[in-house]
Design a protein around this ligand. Structure first.
Ligand code: PGA
Length: 249
């Protein structure tokens, strides 16, 4: 079933004490919507966050992982390591991973496979750059990112896939896609999935929007029929702002 989801991506922010303090603030908030809520602290704080949020309905998710089971991959983290500290969902393909760490569609396909093989849920991110949008090439770029990393999957795998459309030009820039731009692209994404797997699968997949979502614009963006939630960066670092977004549905 398609769900509303709001996920906070804390990126490389918050040491242990700051993580504990943000979690304490989050626990004071109340949720007035049916949205699933997730937060993604950095690796070193995942276990502490998992312990601190046990018994709440906020899920702790990871920002990245490696595709291999284990072995000589210095500095990397595997799916089973994440699972061993309570993490069941991982964000893959964030544009910062693609841009600064050269993550390609081919690599991401392997990461998606590893996560699914470990029965984890994937929040798969993709989105065009400003030049692509200016040249009217955004659907082509987004369509290929989805095809290259996800079209080898079986239909039933999609119960563990959440899609996150994040136009690169809107991430951390204060510039948001207009609700209409978001809706148009989300409808295109759903059609792309439907053309390959049928509408039964496509209508069940949650498609999140990410890129400068704030309390002030969340209601309008989330009111669009194909927008099923948000992946929130900057505004997720403040509990009041984050819950104002969660409660925007
Ligand atoms: P932002 O980041 O909300 O700060 O634009 C979104 C993201 O990168 O997921």
């Amino acid at each position: 079933m398609r769900k509303n989801i709001v996920a906070g991506n804390w990126k490389m922010n918050n040491d242990l004490a700051q993580t504990e303090s943000l979690i304490a603030d989050l626990k004071k908030q109340s949720k007035t919507t049916n949205a699933e809520v997730m937060v993604a602290p950095t690796f070193t704080n995942l276990y502490k966050a998992f312990e601190a949020l046990q018994g709440t309905d906020i899920e702790v998710v990871a920002q990245n992982m490696h595709f291999a089971k284990n072995g000589a991959y210095t500095g990397e983290i595997s799916a089973s390591m994440l699972k061993s500290v309570g993490v069941k969902t991982v964000i893959l393909g964030h544009s910062e991973r693609r841009e600064y760490f050269n993550e390609t569609d081919e690599l991401l396909a392997k990461k998606v496979d590893a996560a699914l093989a470990n029965e984890m849920r994937v929040i798969f991110c993709f989105g065009e750059e400003l030049a692509d949008r200016k040249s009217g090439n955004e659907e082509n770029i987004v369509g290929n990112q989805i095809k290259n990393a996800l079209f080898h999957l079986k239909a039933w795998d999609y119960k563990n896939i959440v899609l996150a459309y994040e136009p690169v030009w809107a991430i951390g820039t204060g510039e948001t896609a207009s609700p209409e731009q978001a809706q148009d692209m989300h409808a295109f994404i759903r059609k792309t999935i439907a053309d390959q797997y049928g509408y039964e699968i496509a209508n069940d997949v949650s498609i999140l929007y990410g890129g400068s979502v704030k309390p002030a614009n969340a209601v309008e963006i989330f009111s669009k029929p194909d927008v099923d939630g948000g992946l929130i960066g900057g505004a997720a670092l403040n509990a009041d702002d984050f819950f104002a977004i969660v409660n925007a549905f």
